[in-house]
Design a protein around this ligand. Structure first.
Ligand SMILES: Cc1ncc(COP(=O)(O)O)c(C=O)c1O
Length: 496
């Protein structure tokens, strides 16, 4: 439903909610800031000569505007959100309460160490908790996202090889086609040449292709495990041995750590550097570009290259920042990273404890396999073997019958669900990637499976109806490419 704007302002597209500037009326708002006080303290040369052209509104208009916008949103707090590769689990509100504590929320990143002992301690303890979970020796919490952590880790690879006089020679990074897309982008951005290796018929790295791709010019390999097909790499030892055998380093994309929590530790599996996505596994909402954190975890051999400053604890239990690490790749993020995300992860891990974390991993894998067992009789599975935390269907048969993966995803909106990821991973035709996470009860999983099976039946009898979906959404099919490439971010006043 379109709420009709009261003014004739010009917007490029029909809006679902008028802009604040469209709702504004001259003389209605403002006037609450005691201008005289401000003028007294702000030197004349810094004061505006023309009033700022802010929209004039009363408080409830602003509150209603943002409430309407929030109501248009679908979120993990609204319903099931099985967006594969994003781990859209429900995030307990206690995490937000902890992050909002004044002692954390009001800190300034440049406050002296003496004032910030609690925050530094939290960073230090979180690093140790994550070291225990991953089996890695040292961790930096600085990077702000998974891709940022990948880039940071590859800088560490470069510094490591340069330190051995092999920097100029080791120019290639191996990336399997089942890796997350950011892996090859990060490698390319870091100046490496990317060699892609295919998957074998079970969705593992094709060992023969990997061995053929290796050489003494390889800096390392980036392995997403579980990979983006939702599968655990079955030849991990052989992959490690082959890469290490040619002097390369093994990078673990641990953003899918949700599947392994309390069950397997990447450090024990042989990775040299690993990253985590706190905003997937450790309970900060992920998606829509919100703040994240991508800790980089390293073995003792790679730890000297981690970003600085590092948080150090003295024997007396005081915490301080240490930048005296000559081999470090330097600072990659201002302040202490996205500190609020770190507080949320700390709260989540402390609240669950060891047993709770293991149950999280087990339940995530169980939920995905339960959905797999319900959907397998009707849908083709990309690689038909037990999955980890997510499953990948291929809807090529449905496409031949008249409705593509995109159509089926849109039909799920009319069933009341957020659609899963589609057309990723790229190696699977008409891919649909479903990640239920551990936080949903069986009834939700069943309702979702029932909805997908109903849509599959409709594809067989009336594919045009599926192609017409969604009918219940405020807007039907959007031009997603245009929305991403040419977003309308400015407002122009209508000429009178
Ligand atoms: C496996 C994997 N690796 C890397 C990333 C990139 O993380 P970010 O989006 O925080 O850059 C993601 C994001 O979902 C991911 O799922």
């Amino acid at each position: 439903m379109r709420r009709s704007p009261e003014s004739g302002a010009r917007t490029a597209e029909p809006a679902l909610e008028p802009l604040l500037v469209e709702l504004a009326r001259a003389g209605r708002g403002g006037g609450h800031v005691p201008d005289a006080d401000a003028s007294a303290v702000i030197p004349a040369r810094f004061r505006r000569t023309v009033p700022l052209a802010l929209p004039e509104l009363v408080e409830q208009q602003v509150v209603r505007h943002f409430t309407h916008l929030a109501q248009l949103n679908y979120s993990v707090d609204t319903g099931f959100y099985p967006l594969g590769s994003c781990t859209m689990k429900y995030n307990p509100k206690v995490n937000d309460r902890a992050a909002a504590l004044a002692g954390f929320a009001d800190l300034h990143p440049l406050q002296p160490e003496a004032d910030t002992q609690g925050a530094l301690r939290l960073i230090w303890e979180l690093e140790r908790l994550l070291a225990g979970i991953t089996g890695m020796a040292e961790i930096s919490l600085q990077p702000a996202a998974g891709a940022h952590a990948e880039f940071t880790s590859l800088l560490m690879f470069k510094a490591f090889h340069a330190g051995r006089g092999e920097g100029a020679r080791r120019r290639r990074i191996i990336v399997p086609n089942s890796a997350h897309g950011t892996n090859s982008s990060s490698a390319a951005l870091c100046g490496y040449v990317v060699t892609t290796v295919p998957s074998d018929p079970r969705g593992n790295v094709d060992l023969a292709a990997l061995r053929a791709a290796l050489g003494d010019d390889v800096a390392g390999m980036m392995l997403t495990n579980p990979n983006t097909l939702g599968l655990f790499e079955e030849h991990l030892e052989a992959v490690m041995a082959a890469v290490h055998g040619c002097g390369g380093l093994m990078y673990g994309d641990g953003a899918n750590m949700n599947a392994l929590l309390g069950i397997a530790r990447p450090g024990d599996l042989g990775f040299d550097v690993l990253h985590l996505n706190l905003h997937k596994t450790f309970s900060t909402p992920h998606g829509a570009g919100g703040p994240g954190a991508g800790p980089v975890c390293a073995t003792p051999a790679l730890a000297p290259y981690l970003p600085v400053p590092r948080v150090i604890r003295s024997e007396e239990g005081r915490f301080r920042l240490d930048s005296q690490r000559p081999q470090s790749v330097g600072r990659v993020r201002a302040g202490h990273g996205n500190f609020g995300v770190l507080v949320r992860a700390y709260t989540y891990i402390r609240q669950l404890g060891e047993e709770g974390l293991r149950a999280t991993g087990e339940d995530a894998v169980l939920a995905a396999n339960y959905l797999l067992s319900r959907l397998r009789p009707t849908f083709d599975v990309a690689f038909d073997r037990p999955c980890m935390h997510e499953l990948v269907l291929t809807l090529a048969a449905q496409k031949s019958a008249g409705a593509s993966a995109l159509d089926v995803a849109k039909a799920l909106i009319d069933e009341g669900f957020h659609p899963p990821t589609v057309y990723f991973p790229l190696s699977v035709p008409e891919a649909m990637m479903i990640e239920p996470t551990e936080t949903e009860p069986k009834e939700t999983l069943d309702a979702f499976a029932d909805a997908l099976l109903r849509i599959a039946a409709l594809v067989r009898t009336d594919p045009a109806a599926v192609r017409a979906a969604p009918l219940s959404a405020p807007l039907a099919r959007l031009d997603e490419v245009r929305a991403a490439r040419n977003p309308a971010l400015t407002w122009e006043r209508a000429s009178s």
